[in-house]
Design a binder for this molecule. Structure first.
Ligand SMILES: *[C@@H]1O[C@H](CO)[C@@H](O)[C@H](O)[C@H]1NC(C)=O
Ligand SMILES: *[C@@H]1O[C@H](CO)[C@@H](O)[C@H](O)[C@H]1NC(C)=O
Ligand SMILES: *[C@@H]1O[C@H](CO)[C@@H](O)[C@H](O)[C@H]1NC(C)=O
Ligand SMILES: *[C@@H]1O[C@H](CO)[C@@H](O)[C@H](O)[C@H]1NC(C)=O
Ligand SMILES: *[C@@H]1O[C@H](CO)[C@@H](O)[C@H](O)[C@H]1NC(C)=O
Ligand SMILES: *[C@@H]1O[C@H](CO)[C@@H](O)[C@H](O)[C@H]1NC(C)=O
Length: 851
């Protein structure tokens, strides 16, 4: 054994010996070889460069002369983008003050000294900047390496890190950097101006007073706050472009606690930067080199600025646009100011607390869910949920509390009890179950059971009214938008009339356009639609769905499908509103488009473009032995559906979870191009929200991901699951609910997995298409489908990765896990959930609320 190994060791040593000299010249700075303005160091991998630069449009006092800085920038992009500056406070002026003498070098240099320090000197030999590392005297000097992550690392000869630029950041936060919880205060400090790297007034870092949240500051004043860490074990995902995922996380382990962010392998250059104008931005380099694209900006709008809504006010982020409101039990302190859009005075109590005066008066706490809790809290250590409530209850000056479980091993205290003793400022309402959301328990006077009951009765009456108002507003805003965008287009259509919108009647005819502009959205009257369909005659009926009947008609010379929702259906109302609001905002060639809507009394109708080839299930699952769908068509359909879904998940301005993707919701146009339909159940997500849960599980069994079907948790990954099922159906021509062809296996997924495992994937392919089937493509689709239906949502690919797979037939795919079939016994169900939780225990990840 030993003898056999030796030659390979020798070979390895040789390889190392051969590689070393070439490596040392490019990405390293060694003793006796200083860096001058004419040279740069490029990281091994080529991502970053270290060298001297001169920012354009310099605003320093030496404006007539050029100022030189030592810095690190992205190598290989067209725009000079500096991520780190050594001497940001002391630029090197390139015109030497004294004529160069023989004893000084002729220009500025960066040199490694024999005591393992980096020293930057100007043309006069004056030290401008140095690393100031103190090491024991008399040892061989180390080396300075620029890593491919953009980190300049000074290493001692034994390999230990003596100094690194990642520990001394300027305005840019790069993947691999750590914002250490133990090092609170400004971490990034902005440049002073676009051409001036000197420290500006804006900073970003961890809150020094609690270490539980992040801030951006303007001088010493907070500008934006992330919200207190809730300890959720959820990794955030930001999708920069196809197959690029950016995750911001809190990593909390025994060794270290820090905030970091990571990129998927295929992601473009991505960075957080605190700009000279004061916003924190997440920027990504556009593929094609067209510049930086801002994925996120904080604060995103006025309402999310720190303390914008004043004491006891909050920013309701679920409103569009987000708006200031008063916490329950509070009203604007000055209604006039509030109405005119000045919220600084905030809100005051409608009824004073009588705490301490009469204890038996039922004073208590009101739970306000989905909140980014206010700032200026006091952290009470080692206090669980009940203890936290008691702590607040027993002190009259405590106005609120919030409790969370931090699944932390390092601090030994997994509780997080926050109490508030003064004004509640900078609270925010987040979209349902955002990872950073908390329940705020607010002290309110006189909460009694009787009072609650009254309130509930009131809600019953109020809710339908609100729903109606929302619908009218939604339609109204669409109308106004349509008017604006159409401008003075000639009007010639009698059908497009506005119902009950009085003043807006001048908008008549907005719904038409020249034919090549495609469909526009319009409101129609019920009478006109009845006329179009010959009073909803059965001869016009082309289908019957879950929420009503579908008719075909001709509107403006175009064929349309009219969906008439069944009357008096509570569900229908919600879905109708959902669909109108959502679809009107979505434009993609793989999504069915809404042509118009109508709401009059009980009648709710949706009008879509007509799809002559009906739905995918009708063509896929006919047992006639013939099929209109050959393999190339099927492959195009899979790709088209993937594109539509990717658009919903990432590319539209909203993040949308469809929740009911299935073959019958994929419609086919005259060229067999697929379009995803039926957005009645779709949910809009906040930009940063990853998952949600719901009490009401809607969807179609078989297509529903296990975590959604069993626990009501849905995310983009539950759509990915449905997409996986759909893909397997398209390849096999077998319905997920069918047991005809799946032999002894439980369902199509089990059947497909077993064939794939036994390398008999070809047997899965629909026998009707064997002639046209491209086996590599089919195999790829099956393996991808199996990846999508994996039990653990984290194991499933994102739609951007799916798209990548479909566009790169030769891609090597991961091996899918064996699917866990819906368990028959409770035992198995418990196993399923147990496994998912275990896999998350190593790291604690959470998003820092980013709005
Ligand atoms: C520098 O100034 C020019 C003209 O004044 C402007 O077009 C350019 O965008 C500026 N560059 C930067 C980096 O600000
Ligand atoms: C380090 O360099 C300085 C100046 O170049 C020299 O005076 C000193 O002797 C050197 N020290 C060692 C340990 O080589
Ligand atoms: C490596 O060298 C540094 C200083 O050069 C010293 O402080 C450290 O103890 C050394 N570490 C090891 C493992 O030898
Ligand atoms: C930062 O603070 C200064 C001084 O209070 C103020 O003039 C400036 O408008 C602030 N900038 C921003 C972006 O809020
Ligand atoms: C209540 O909180 C206030 C403010 O921190 C404190 O001064 C006071 O001692 C507390 N009272 C009790 C009974 O704990
Ligand atoms: C914290 O954990 C306890 C016990 O595990 C649980 O009862 C409580 O609901 C949790 N609290 C929150 C806010 O998740």
């Amino acid at each position: 054994m030993k003898m056999k190994l030796q030659p390979s060791i020798v070979l390895l040593l040789l390889l190392v010996a051969v590689r070393l000299p070439s490596a040392s010249s490019d990405d390293q700075l060694v003793l006796g070889k200083p860096l001058s303005p004419s040279t740069t160091i490029i990281s091994d991998g080529g991502a970053f460069a270290l060298g001297f630069f001169s920012p354009s449009n310099s605003t320093t006092s030496a404006s007539s002369r050029d100022s030189l800085y030592l810095g690190i920038w992205y190598s290989g992009i067209t725009e000079l983008t500096v991520v780190w500056v050594a001497n940001r406070e002391s630029p090197i002026v390139t015109i030497p003050r004294r004529p160069p003498s023989a004893s000084t070098p002729s220009g500025p240099t960066l040199a490694l000294t024999n005591d393992s320090n980096l020293v930057l000197t100007d043309a006069d030999g004056r030290v401008v900047w140095a690393t100031d590392v103190v090491v024991a005297a008399a040892h061989t000097p180390g080396v300075a390496v620029l890593t491919n992550a953009g980190n300049l690392v000074l290493r001692s000869p034994n390999g230990t890190t003596l100094w690194q630029s990642f520990d001394h950041p300027t305005d840019t936060f790069l993947p691999g950097m750590k914002i250490r919880i133990a090092r609170p205060g400004p971490f990034l400090v902005s440049w002073k101006g676009p051409g001036d790297p000197a420290p500006g007034r804006f900073a970003y870092g961890i809150d020094p007073s609690t270490s539980l949240q992040l801030f951006t500051w303007n001088g010493s004043r907070p500008m934006w706050r992330s919200g207190a860490w809730t300890g959720y074990s959820v990794a955030s995902e930001y999708v920069a472009s196809a197959s690029a995922v950016v995750s911001l996380a809190v990593v909390d382990t025994d060794e270290d606690s820090y905030v970091a962010f990571a990129l998927s392998d295929a992601a473009p250059r991505t960075r957080y930067v605190i700009t000279h104008s004061g916003s924190l931005e997440l920027q990504s380099w556009k593929s094609g080199g067209a510049g930086w694209h801002t994925l996120g900006r904080w604060p995103p709008h006025d309402c999310s600025r720190y303390d914008y809504c004043g004491p006891f006010g909050y920013c309701d982020n679920t409103d569009a646009p987000p708006a200031c409101k008063c916490l329950p039990g509070f009203e604007p302190a000055s209604p006039d100011e509030w109405r005119s859009g000045r919220f600084l005075l905030g809100c005051r109590r409608k009824e004073e607390l009588r705490c301490g005066v009469s204890n038996g008066d039922g004073e208590g706490f009101l739970a306000v869910p989905d909140m980014k809790v206010p700032d200026r809290f006091v952290v009470i250590a080692n206090t669980g949920a009940t203890g936290c409530a008691a702590e607040c209850a027993r002190n009259c000056s405590c106005v609120a509390y919030a409790h969370a479980n931090l699944s932390s091993s390092s601090r030994g205290d997994a509780t997080r009890c926050l109490v508030w003793l003064g004004d509640l400022i900078d609270a925010k309402k987040l979209g349902g179950s955002a990872a950073a959301s908390d329940t705020l328990h607010l002290r309110v006077p006189g909460v009694s059971t009787a009072g609650r009951k009254k309130e509930r009765n009131k809600m019953k009456i109020v809710l339908p009214v609100i729903a109606g108002v929302v619908l009218v507003l939604a339609c109204l805003s669409i109308v106004i938008w349509a008017c604006k965008s159409k401008g003075s287009k000639q009007k010639h259509n009698n059908f497009n009339r506005l119902i009950g919108l009085g003043d807006l009647s001048t908008c008549e005819g907005f719904g038409t356009g020249s034919p090549n502009e495609g469909f526009e959205f319009s409101l129609l009257s019920f009478r006109d639609i009845a006329a179009l369909t010959n009073n909803f005659h059965t001869s016009h009926m082309i289908g019957q769905g879950g929420f009503g009947k579908v008719y075909k008609a001709v509107l403006d010379g175009r064929e349309v499908a009219i969906k008439r929702l069944s009357r008096n259906s509570d569900q229908g109302m919600t879905e109708f509103r959902n669909e109108v609001v959502l679809i009107a905002k979505l434009q993609h060639r793989n999504l069915v488009s809404l042509v118009g809507c109508c709401s009059e009394g009980d009648e709710k109708l949706l009008i879509y473009e007509y799809m002559p080839n009906k739905s995918l299930d009708a063509l896929l699952f006919n047992n006639s032995g013939e099929t209109m769908l050959d393999w190339p068509t099927r492959f195009r359909i899979i790709k088209g559906v993937a594109k539509g879904l990717l658009y919903l998940h990432q590319d539209s301005r909203l993040k949308i979870i469809h929740r009911d993707l299935k073959a019958s919701n994929v419609l086919l146009d005259e060229e067999m191009r697929p379009k995803i339909a039926d957005f009645g159940m779709a949910r809009m997500f906040g930009e940063n929200q990853q998952k949600a849960d719901t009490k009401r599980v809607v969807g179609t069994y078989g297509y529903m991901a296990p975590e959604y079907a069993m626990r009501g948790i849905f995310s983009t990954k539950s759509d990915v699951y449905s997409f996986g099922v759909l893909t397997l159906e398209v390849v096999s021509g077998v319905k997920i609910s069918s047991t005809d062809r799946t032999m002894e296996f439980e369902n199509l997924i089990a059947y497909a997995w077993n064939l794939w495992k036994d390398r008999k994937t070809n047997d899965l392919v629909d026998s009707n298409i064997v002639g046209t089937c491209v086996h590599d493509e089919a195999l790829l689709c099956v393996q991808m489908g199996l990846l999508c239906v994996q039990d653990n949502p984290n194991d499933r690919p994102t739609m951007s990765y799916v798209m990548f797979i479909l566009e790169n037939i030769s891609a090597t795919l991961p091996i899918p896990n064996q699917p866990v079939f819906f368990a028959h016994t409770n035992n198995q169900v418990e196993n399923v959930t147990g496994d998912t939780q275990n896999s998350k225990n190593n790291l604690t990840l959470t998003i820092l609320e980013g709005r």
